[in-house]
Design a binder for this molecule. Structure first.
Ligand SMILES: Cc1ncc(COP(=O)(O)O)c(C=O)c1O
Length: 398
């Protein structure tokens, strides 16, 4: 394994400025400040696996970039990955390609609900879960997660009380962004029972499924409970796993014929079913040859997470008590600062000079939290934490 770590030098800082990166070139405009270290949007500061770059360069060298056929080579690679990583056998005809997962979430809301229907989400949660529902003029049914004993859980009693005949769809985040939970089989089974009983369709966003730390196992929602297999739409992608989100390609897996037909109709209505050439090549290469790279990455991320924990535990007024079981995201509480009347955003952005996601964007339970993406070379993480610690010691001298 040592050899693997050396083979992939995750410590190396890759200068992304000037590459039209949202994270690096977009931060100044968004946060209205120069020189911030961006630890917000969920892409990684590591190069993609060399196999992916090689495949892209090879394809780019062929100078005809015409319309692309999603061939059996592509489906075979996706199926191979899902079986290898999750022991999940998926039929080729159940895989519907879509540019991005947020696109797929919006299409699912359109396909499976009508104006005025209720869609369940579990805040704090990835902000587009709110917007795809609101923008489609459906109603949000908020079923907040509860935090206790160092973890977050689903509050299924609350869910049972809130479900009405208008409740049609659940947007599930598995693993969960931002709290990093990898849902257990029991939790998914309990949820499955409720959804089956009330005829609720589940859209399971599993974009972070490959980014799960040792000791935890991601269980595809569709495989977790017999009642869920036929009512679940699973959204997967190599984008987070292999750091290729800018290529836009995702796989929406639907086994139920009626659900598939409804989704396909919306997909085709908006002409969104084709993959671009480079998304296709990258996915095939990543799913076929990227596993050793991923294993090394997970080790590196795990060490980053524990480094982050060690450093945050020493910073006054910051609490990082719920460690993520998966994802590259840390959900950090600044509540003690808030309770002291300190302006958390101003200190983090203005004084420390780091860009994090404001927890309130993930819903009301996120008030007082910030989301920090630790998928970056450790020297960069160290630099950001040095800045944060210095700012914290200034506003909160011990
Ligand atoms: C849970 C979740 N879903 C979807 C996305 C974005 O997916 P895409 O870029 O494929 O639209 C993200 C990105 O951070 C995410 O965390």
């Amino acid at each position: 394994m040592k050899g693997e770590v050396l083979k992939y030098d995750f410590d190396k800082i890759v200068d992304r400025l000037g590459t039209d990166s949202v994270k690096w070139d977009g931060t100044e405009g968004l946060f209205q400040k120069k020189g911030l270290l961006p630890l917000w949007v969920a892409d990684m500061d590591f190069p993609s696996p060399p196999e992916v770059t090689r495949a892209l360069v090879k394809r780019a060298r062929h100078p005809a970039y015409g319309y692309t056929l999603t061939s059996s080579r592509y489906y075979a690679a996706v199926r191979h990955w899902l079986f290898r990583r999750f022991r999940w056998e998926v039929a080729e005809e159940d895989i519907l390609t879509t540019p991005g997962i947020v696109t797929a979430l919006a299409l699912c809301v359109e396909a499976f609900t009508a104006i005025g229907d209720e869609v369940i989400i579990q805040p704090p949660v990835y902000p587009p879960f709110f917007s795809v529902v609101n923008q489609a003029r459906r109603r949000l049914l908020l079923n907040p997660l509860c935090e206790a004993e160092g973890t977050y859980r689903m509050d299924l009693d609350d869910l049972k009380k809130k479900i009405s005949p208008k409740t049609k769809l659940l947007l599930l985040c598995s693993p969960h962004n931002p709290v990093g939970r990898v849902w257990s089989r029991q939790e998914l089974e309990d949820l499955g029972e409720i959804c089956e009983k009330h005829g609720i369709i589940v859209v399971s966003d599993e974009i972070h499924a490959d980014l799960v730390f040792s000791g935890h196992t991601h269980i595809p929602t569709a495989r977790s409970h017999p009642g869920l297999a036929g009512r679940t739409v699973t959204c997967t992608s190599p984008s987070k796993t292999f750091n290729i989100p800018g290529l836009y390609g995702s796989n929406i897996i639907i086994s139920d014929a009626a659900l598939k037909k409804a989704y396909q109709a919306v997909l085709e209505r908006f002409h969104l079913s084709s993959l671009n050439i480079f998304a296709l090549e990258a996915a095939v290469a990543a799913y076929s040859f990227g596993e050793p790279w991923l294993e090394s990455l997970l080790e590196y991320l795990y060490k980053n997470l524990h480094y982050l924990k060690k450093r945050l535990d020493k910073i006054p007024g910051i609490e990082f008590s719920v460690l993520p079981q998966g994802t590259t995201l840390a959900w950090v509480s600044f509540k003690p600062w808030m309770e002291k009347g300190l302006d958390v955003k101003e200190i983090v952005t203005g004084r420390a000079g780091i860009a994090l996601n404001d927890g309130i964007d993930f819903g009301e339970p996120g008030n007082g939290y910030m989301r920090l993406n630790f998928a970056c070379p450790r020297p960069l993480l160290r630099h950001a934490l040095d800045r944060l610690e210095k700012a914290a010691r200034f506003v909160w001298p011990e």
